[in-house]
Design a protein around this ligand. Sequence first.
Ligand code: TXA
Ligand code: MG
Length: 310
Amino acid sequence: MKINLANIKKAKKLLNKSECIAIPTETVYGLAANAYSDRACKKIFELKKRPKNNPLIVHFYDKKNLSNDCSFNSSFIKLYKKFCPGPITFILDLKKTSKISKISTNKKNTLAVRFPKHPVTRKLLKELKFPLAAPSANLSSKVSSVCSKDVKEDFGKKIKYVLEGGNSTMGLESTIVDLRNKPKILRLGSLDVSLIQKALNRKIKINNKPSKISSPGQLRLHYSPGIPIRLNAKKTKINEAFLLIKKEKKHKSNYYYLSKSGNLKEAAKNLYSTLRKIKKKKYRSIAISKIPNKGLGQTINDRLIRASKF
Ligand code: TXA
Ligand code: MG
């Protein structure tokens, strides 16, 4: 993707003034602000209507830039070398001397750290003198944004600027791995857990059940298109859209496909945009066919189960 330097300059200028803007990443778009500034981080929580006790992921250009804020361990070094920049978020211990805003971490002594791969955002991070706190650029509990149009749809004029970066190539959020003690997965995501296990040469527990971090309201419903969802459906009811993993020979006007051939990577990329598309058609609900629970299919199912708690 060609980088528009005038856009980077505009983004930089706003971020330097503690404003909040949207940035593209390979997973989903983020709502970004200076992670060292309380004032800037507060704006993220306000704009997103995010509960104060739900801390933000902070995005860095590289490991060197992180060294003042977090301490490293051997698992981190291994995973960093293998997967970064890329769709993985690490939970690490914060250093006492760290300048990361306490608003962004909700005063926790840990930090969620990510090194995004999108070339536009990498260029921006390289130019800034601070890392970027950035949760997904959607209203709390709703479907994430995978293009600039989605962000504008959710926030309208409330957002000062959306840095253009085309469509997110992966389409689902990063995989979160807690590396403080025994590594464990806190959120399934765009990076297949089996690859993380292979890199660390050990089995890793998946602990993505509701934790103390998020507020109860948020846990009940997440990634929701705003209408009810039925999982493992075989047929539709009246006024219902049918979301299928792969294209069927028999097509009906209420059928939507995540992939032509049932490819899970393609399905992951198309999930959120297809849910948004269906919502706009004014169906009452969405029936979803069974999705294989392996590889990225596990992440797709994780999101759909949460979205079905309507
Ligand atoms: O792909 C992604 O991760 C995207 C892009 C923009 O980077 N970001 C994203 O952020 O999905 P968000 O805020 O929507 O999800 C981050 C999750 C939240 O559930 C939050 O509770 C958790 O990370 N989190 C943040 N800090 C944490 C910490 N110190 N310990 C455990 N979980 C944490
Ligand atoms: Mg989110």
